[in-house]
Design a protein around this ligand. Structure first.
Ligand SMILES: Nc1nc2c(c(=O)[nH]1)N[C@H]1C(S)=C(S)[C@@H](COP(=O)(O)O)O[C@H]1N2
Ligand SMILES: [Mo]
Length: 309
């Protein structure tokens, strides 16, 4: 075997120490740049550290980051799919606080850092099926909502969870028009909220949540139509009565409280049998409970899913 003699180092390869140091400094500064403003007092560090939860992950092709961040529904920033990517950049996400109230023994208003501190983050690749007939596969980063609710000790009267999004028309320019009854609200039954598939997400594709996807904290309920996955949450209220969600209030005949993905129950104005996966050609069949029937069908045994749409 031929042993190579070490080659002399050429002068151009030698970096003066000062230059090296400042370059390293620069690299450190830019690496944390995107994440630093959100987690200024970083509870979770400047990068999203997470493990992969393979049990709750689908192996389908992921929708591109470009599509995930440029084809959005976020009416607070306009009613078309393309304006949120641009207009949501005006949203201030730090500082951020979340009120936990209602039927809990330990209510309060908490900073985002306090909310996140005890939780370890997981990556979950979930399908998201919009009621309008398109779908995506997104690698979310978050933690089970149930773990959070347990920390605040729900009382025996806690039957439902009501979520509220931020209302700040100066930044959320879509709120300057009455297209919906602001603030956006959603709700889950307690067992749906406690289900291990239900997560609060703080990021996607390894990065802190892009603003147009609901920064800094949003819900992801993969077996329900996309509108249940409320964005930019500022309040979580545990209640005894079934909450009225924004879409159900706005058009009750079209959007029910449950809104489980169900190819057998049509929307009054269109079929729900098939869907278009963003970035792909043609259509595919929509699956019962968006493909999560094995996990969640038992939550609805004995319920008429035509009536409880
Ligand atoms: N606050 C708020 N949350 C919201 C919406 C909204 O308009 N406002 N749109 C919903 C709808 S209809 C869908 S399909 C998903 C889209 O999430 P994405 O843009 O991250 O894919 O967000 C849901 N959460
Ligand atoms: Mo949607």
């Amino acid at each position: 075997m031929l042993i190579k003699k070490p080659q002399p180092i050429s002068a151009t390869e030698i970096t003066p120490e000062a230059v090296y140091k400042s370059r390293r400094h620069f690299m450190q500064a830019t690496a944390g740049l995107a994440l630093a403003p959100l987690y200024a007092n970083a509870a979770i560090g400047k990068q999203l550290k997470f493990t992969s939860a393979t049990h709750y992950t689908v192996s389908e092709t992921k929708t591109s980051l470009e599509d995930v961040t440029h084809y959005n529904n976020f009416y607070e920033f306009g009613t078309d799919k393309y304006t949120p990517a641009e207009r949501a950049q005006a949203l201030t996400v730090s500082p951020w606080s979340v009120a936990i109230e209602g039927e809990v023994k330990k209510p309060g208003v908490f900073t985002l850092e306090d909310i996140l501190k005890p939780h370890s983050l997981e990556e979950r690749i979930y399908r998201l099926r919009c009621v309008e007939g398109w779908s995506m596969v997104i690698p979310w980063i978050g933690f089970p909502l149930g773990d959070l609710l347990k920390r605040f000790a729900p009382t025996s009267k806690a039957k439902y969870v009501e979520f509220t999004s931020l209302q700040r028309p100066e930044e959320m320019t879509g709120q300057q028009r009455g297209v919906l009854d602001w603030p956006y609200q959603e709700g889950l039954r307690m067992d749906e909220a406690m289900h291990p598939l239900t997560i609060l997400a703080v990021g996607l594709y390894g990065e802190v949540m892009p603003k147009q996807n609901g920064a800094p904290l949003r819900l992801v309920v993969p077996w329900k139509y996309g509108f249940k996955s409320i964005k930019s949450i500022v309040k979580i209220r545990l209640v005894e009565q079934q909450p009225v969600s924004t879409w159900a209030k706005s058009i009750p005949s079209e959007y029910g409280f449950y809104s489980n993905v169900n190819p057998q129950v049509d929307h009054p104005r269109w079929s729900q049998r098939r869907e278009r996966r963003i970035g792909e050609f043609g259509k595919r069949d929509t699956l019962m409970f968006n493909g999560y029937a094995d996990e969640v069908a038992k939550l609805y045994t004995g319920m008429d899913l035509r009536k409880n749409y």
